[in-house]
Design a protein around this ligand. Structure first.
Ligand SMILES: NC(=O)c1ccc[n+]([C@@H]2O[C@H](COP(=O)([O-])OP(=O)(O)OC[C@H]3O[C@@H](n4cnc5c(N)ncnc54)[C@H](OP(=O)(O)O)[C@@H]3O)[C@@H](O)[C@H]2O)c1
Length: 338
């Protein structure tokens, strides 16, 4: 049977998924239920840890399950009993005839939903719009595969890759649109991380703010790494968000500690010393780069030595997304495999 006929429903499920929170330990998942004529008769999405999963949310909208119904879900229905019951079982009990999903669940405890459904005689179609869903779920999928938080490294530079002018000033290299975009993205992560030197030099707030200056509802945990004492009146210690100083240089140890605390997504904001170490250790899952139409020259590059000795040893990247933001260019890039 062609899986194309479910793509419209999967597109809707992908839209619904985004209504749930991007931060927190759980993934953003959307679901729709179709009747046998492929009409959408119920919609659902996941609202975060401890709340109903997307399939169960959609099922709850129906008093009666019509014969021949199909559940379309962006992620393979889970098979484990966590804070809520297993979705595979809920779908079996609800009496759907078919389950269509996009991404496979990589979790050790939660995977296997497809097999459970098939064993119960339900038709299962997997991989519908999988590339789109894998991209939408990349933070959660990668974090669960690697058993550590997904790491986003962000920098804003002049077109020649400088993060500051010779005197160290860097406000504002990028334009208002870029700053609004990066603050919105900050509001979707669990933690924002910088080295002590950035706090000492810039006294940043490290909060996620809307263009009018007000705070987003969700504020990431502020993580400062390094052994130096920081001024107690530094703005990172204000009441707008929680702050943690980790007095270590071990990035693996830091990521492990944050993972234990339920941090799924860390946003590394710099400075260049800390950013270079993340790159050098191969710990960056995604690069977000805001390039401004400005020349600065000098030696204050976005990252420094990353252990590359010659051109053939360079780390090849792949641009996943490139767009104009005001006068700037936004690039989302990942390390190229192969
Ligand atoms: N344009 C931008 O996007 C941007 C963003 C951020 C910062 N900046 C600029 O960057 C400058 C500060 O950057 P920076 O490179 O000097 O310092 P940094 O990266 O902010 O902090 C370096 C410090 O981090 C600590 N650290 C913890 N783990 C480490 C590890 N594994 N490797 C290295 N350091 C580790 C050390 O602190 P201890 O010595 O305390 O142990 C180290 O001295 C400022 O001038 C700021 O304006 C620009």
């Amino acid at each position: 049977m062609s899986s194309h006929k479910y793509e419209f429903a999967m597109r809707r499920a992908l839209e619904l998924a985004l209504l749930g929170p991007a931060h927190g330990v759980n993934p953003q998942v959307g679901a729709v239920i179709l009747d046998s004529d492929l009409n959408i008769i119920a919609e659902g999405f996941h609202r975060g840890s401890g709340t109903a999963h997307a399939e169960v949310d959609a099922l709850s909208k129906l008093d009666l399950m019509p014969a021949g119904a199909t559940a379309v879900v962006t992620l393979e229905p889970c098979n484990h009993i966590g804070k809520t019951g297993p979705c595979a079982q809920a779908l079996i009990e609800a009496g759907v005839s078919r389950v269509v999903f996009a991404s496979n669940d990589p979790g050790e405890a939660s995977a296997g939903g497809a097999a459970t459904l098939r064993a119960a005689g339900i038709e299962v179609v997997s991989g519908v719009l999988q590339a789109e869903a894998d991209d939408q779920l990349r933070v959660w999928l990668t974090a669960n595969r690697r058993k550590r938080p997904f790491v986003t490294l962000k920098w804003a530079t002049s077109i020649d890759g400088r993060a500051a002018a010779n005197d160290g000033t860097s406000k504002w290299i990028s334009g208002v649109e870029s700053r609004a975009d990066s603050h919105k993205r900050r509001s979707e992560v669990d933690a924002i991380l910088v080295g002590t030197a950035t706090v000492i030099a810039d006294d940043p707030e490290l909060t996620a703010r809307k263009p009018d200056g007000s705070l987003y509802e969700h504020q990431p945990l502020r993580v400062i790494i390094g052994e130096r004492e920081l001024p107690i009146d530094a703005r990172v210690f204000n009441d707008d968000a929680q702050t943690l100083q980790l007095r270590t240089h071990s990035l693996h140890g830091i990521l492990e500690a944050l993972w234990q605390e339920g941090i799924k997504h860390v946003w590394v904001e710099g400075g260049p010393t800390v950013a270079s170490q993340f790159v050098r250790l191969g710990l960056v899952d995604e690069f977000l780069i805001y390039l401004a139409p400005l020349l600065l020259g000098g030696d204050r590059t976005a990252i420094g030595d990353i252990g590359i000795e010659n051109i053939t040893a360079g780390k090849p990247l792949e641009f996943v997304e490139v767009k104009h933001l005001g006068n700037d260019i936004f690039i989302r890039a990942v390390e190229r495999k192969n």
